[in-house]
Each structure stands twice: as C-alpha cells, then as structure tokens.
Design a protein around this ligand. Sequence first.
Ligand code: GLP
Length: 262
Amino acid sequence: MEIVILPDAQAVGRAAAARIAAVVRAKPDAVLGLSTGSSPLGAYAALRERVDSGALDLSRASGFALDEYVGLPAGSEQSYAATIAAEVTGPLRMDPARVRVPDGGAHDLEAACADYERAIRDAGGVDVQLLGIGANGHIGFNEPTSSIASRTRIKTLSERTREDNARFFDGDLEAVPLHCITQGLGTILEARRLVLVAQGEAKAAAVAAAVEGPLTAMVPGSVLQLHPAATVLVDEAAAADLRLADYYRWTVANQPSWQRVD
Ligand code: GLP
C-alpha cells in the first residue's frame, strides 16, 4: 500500500486529482469510481482546475458512484445522485449519460443492485476508485461487519453514520434514511486502483486501523490491505495515529522519479 502524508487537506485533494488524471491520460475513456461525503471534495475541486485549464478532458470518461440512500423523495438534494450531479458531473464536464448512481428509489431494490453490478461489469470495471472513510472505518456504506466478499446490496446504516451525516440534512437525524444501497467490499476491491483520501483528526483512528490494524470486517477500510494498487492520501491530522508515519515519510522522500505522479 502507498501511504502519503501531506501537509493539509488541499494537498490531499491535489494528490488525489493527480492520480486520477494520470489514469485518464493513459485511458481517456476510463471508468471512474466516484464517492460522496466531504472527503473527496478537494479532489473534485483540483480536478475541476485541471478541466477548466484544458489540461484534463473527462468528456469520454464514465463514472459509477459508490452508494445511495434508499427512500429519499425523488429529486431530493440530499441524494447522492444530486450530489454527484452538482459536485462531479457538471463541474467536471462529464457526460451525465455515462455517470451512474445506484437507484435508491427503485421499486425492486434487489434487482437495482444486481443491475448496478452488471453495469459496472459491462463498462469493463472501474479503473480508479476514489474513496473516503467513515469515522467507524466504513467505506462506501459498508458498515463494520460487512462481508469482505460483499457485492452491491441494501444495507442498514449505523447510528454513528446517520449522526455523522445528519449535517447534510440540516442536522435533522430523523430525516437521514435508515437504509442505503452500496457497492460491496468485493465490488470495490475489483477496481484496478484505489485512492483513499482522509482529512482531519476525526479520521485518525479509522485511518490507522485500516492501514496498520488487522484485516477485519470490523474495519471495512482494512480491505485496502488486500488490494495490489491502493493509495492512501492523508493530511497530518488524519495521519496522527499512524505508528509507521516516519517510514511512510521516508518512503516518499526516497521515491524513485519514475514512480512519481503529478
Ligand atoms: C459517507 C459516505 C462514504 C464516505 C464516508 C465519510 O457516509 N457514504 O462514501 O466516505 O461516509 O464521509 P465524509 O467524507 O463526509 O467524512
């Protein structure tokens, strides 16, 4: 696993964007794995700068979001479909027809999950998956004890996650749905590259558990340890609990030039 400790959240966003841009440079019709929440916003902002300056063209790329709430009213601005449209598809000038989000309003939710898995497969799989991490170690909406082999499915959100996400619902915990659809850990692990971003001290324990703790369903982010091409980009605050921080800094300082991404 590549672990990079950066001075601040902005640098984390820039480094994530550089990695995604490198994938798209090599493959203009790349399939991007998109995530929501606050963690990836810096990456999207840095990608936007590249798109606006003409250095990056995402018009041929496609995208799959990680997850979606179940049961929100159609068109709800808290839906991840609305978030992806506002934060990603529009500003990054991606073709909306090529960007999918699980259908949390589907009449047959199980069929919607199977359909989502099929769509990812038909697109040739995800080339680079951007991930955040929850304070309880979740990735996507795979809460602790999610099967490491899990596929896209319906999950019940934990109280912790609902409390954490209430800020997107004007602080109204009751308004946060109880259920969601999320890509499974097995689905996420099939992406060719994983880029996890984390900022702030609230994520320090989850980052340390995912990177340095045992591989366990109790910390869904620990599945990154199974992936052959996973990068973790953290700011100083999110790196605070890493025991081998000095080693990660040493590794980056001595990185061979052919390995650098910018
Ligand atoms: C949310 C999302 C995840 C996200 C995580 C962290 O509930 N489903 O994809 O990575 O929790 O959220 P944030 O980035 O806002 O801290």
